[in-house]
Design a protein around this ligand. Structure first.
Ligand SMILES: [Zn+2]
Ligand SMILES: [Zn+2]
Length: 168
């Protein structure tokens, strides 16, 4: 499966559900929130849908009496989401993102920890990819090399799918 990942400019961002005209951000680890806090988008089922972010870093959706599908399969109470999952809530379609990438700039370069795979530094203009569970950073080609393996961080359980960076 090929997935495109989202570009971010901040490293502290939380996982997101995005639709063509809306973005909902998951809460910080250990927290649960309603799908919509601000009720800017009223919907009869939205108050029966919660987003959770476990301490492990996994995110998912809790549902009580509302119709949700993930990758076209009905959700019964709880589902754990993986990057690229398609989430259908009523009439609206969303995509789950938790693997973010960015381009190293002069100002961010010094602050980036070494690559989790090759332990080399990042240089300006390079692409980095962030593990959604442990936030380890990887060079683009090092990340691609993790396919069907495991994130290199001790104890991290992320198993990356085949990922294309930046739509390439
Ligand atoms: Zn590397
Ligand atoms: Zn990791």
């Amino acid at each position: 499966m090929t997935q495109q990942i989202e570009r971010v400019t901040t490293l502290g961002g939380q996982p997101q559900l995005t639709s063509p005209n809306n973005v909902v951000t998951f809460p910080e680890r250990g927290n649960v929130k309603h799908l919509f806090d601000n009720t800017a988008t009223p919907h009869s089922e939205y108050d029966r849908i919660w987003l959770f972010h476990a301490q492990s870093g996994l995110c998912g959706v809790l549902v009580w009496g509302a119709a949700i599908q993930v990758n076209k399969r009905d959700v019964n109470r709880l589902v754990i989401l993986q990057h690229g999952d398609e989430v259908q809530i009523g009439e609206s379609s969303w995509t789950y993102h938790d693997i973010f990438w960015g381009v190293v700039t002069d100002s961010t370069q010094a602050a980036l920890s070494p690559c989790g795979y090759c332990t080399g530094p990042f240089t300006t203009g390079e692409v980095f990819v962030r593990c959604p569970l442990c936030f380890a950073l990887y060079h683009e080609d090092c990340w691609v090399g993790l396919e069907l393996k495991r994130c290199c961080t001790r104890g991290c359980r992320l198993l990356p799918n085949k990922i294309l960076v930046g739509g390439k």
